[in-house]
Design a protein around this ligand. Structure first.
Ligand code: SAM
Length: 208
C-alpha cells in the first residue's frame, strides 16, 4: 500500500491507538521550541493536527500541509481558526510559495526518500535566520526494526520507510542551514536504551 493510502486508512485511529513515538514527539516539540519566532509558521506533514493544535495558540499565521485527505479531515475537526490554513500538498513536489519564520516537520521524513529536495524547499520557504525544526524516529531505532505501522481489520500494515542517518541530514542542510541544536529522546528518559527520536533545529544562513 502506498504511503498516502496508508495514512488515509490510518487517519480515523491515529490519535486514539497507543503510539509512544507520537506522544514522545509532542513532548519534544514543546521542550525544543521555547524561544522561537512563531509569527509565520509552515507545518509540513501536519497529519491529524497533533502539533497544529499546540501551534495554533502560538502562531501568528499557520499553513499546515499534508497529502492525506483523511489525515487533514481529522485535523480540520479539531482546529477551526481563521489564522490556520490546511492545504493538501505533496511535499515531494514544489511547496506553495511563502516566507516563514519557522518550519515544523514531525515524523514525516522517514517516508520521503530525497532529503535534499526537502531542505531546498525549506530554504526557499524560510526567511534568513528562520528555524527548521525536524523530529524523526531515530535511525538507530529504525535499524532495530521500528516502523510506522497500524492495524486494519486485524492485519498489521507497515508503511514504506527510508533510513536517514544523522550525516544525511547534515549533508542536505549544508550551505543552507546551520544545525544549532541536536537532541535525542529516550523512552522514560532512559539514556541506557536506544533513543526513540532525534530532533534538530536548523537555522537558515545568509547565503542560502
Ligand atoms: C506519522 S504522521 C505525522 C503527523 C504529524 N506531524 C504528527 O507528528 O503527528 C506522517 C504524516 O506525513 C504525511 N506525509 C508523508 N509523506 C508525505 C508527502 N510526500 N507529502 C505530504 N505529506 C506526507 C502523512 O500523510 C502523515 O500525515
Amino acid at each position: 500500500m502506498d504511503t498516502k493510502s496508508a495514512y488515509n486508512n490510518w487517519a480515523a485511529t491515529y490519535d486514539t491507538v497507543q503510539n509512544k513515538t507520537r506522544d514522545l514527539e509532542l513532548m519534544a516539540i514543546k521542550e525544543v521550541l521555547t524561544s522561537s519566532d512563531f509569527s509565520k509558521v509552515l507545518e509540513i506533514g501536519c497529519g491529524t493536527g497533533k502539533n497544529t493544535s499546540w501551534l495554533q495558540h502560538r502562531a501568528g499565521k499557520l499553513l499546515a500541509l499534508d497529502f492525506s485527505e483523511g489525515m487533514l479531515t481529522e485535523a480540520r475537526k479539531k482546529i477551526n481558526a481563521t489564522h490556520v490554513d490546511f492545504r493538501q500538498a505533496d511535499l515531494t513536489q514544489a511547496w506553495p510559495s511563502s516566507t516563514n519564520t519557522l518550519i515544523i516537520c514531525s515524523l514525516v521524513l522517514e517516508h520521503i526518500k530525497e532529503l535534499d529536495f526537502i531542505f531546498e524547499q525549506a530554504a526557499k520557504s524560510l526567511e534568513t535566520g528562520g528555524i527548521f525544526y525536524i523530529c524523526e524516529l531515530h535511525p538507530y531505532k529504525q535499524l532495530e526494526g521500528s516502523r510506522a505501522k497500524f492495524e486494519q481489520s486485524g492485519q498489521l500494515i507497515e508503511l514504506e520507510y527510508f533510513i536517514h542517518h544523522i550525516s544525511d541530514f547534515m549533508a542536505s542542510a549544508k550551505n543552507k542551514f546551520n544545525c544549532i541544536e541536536l537532541k535525542e529522546w529516550f523512552d522514560d528518559g532512559n539514556r541506557n536504551s536506544t533513543p526513540r527520536l532525534i530532533s534538530f533545529l536548523f537555522q537558515k544562513i545568509d547565503r542560502a
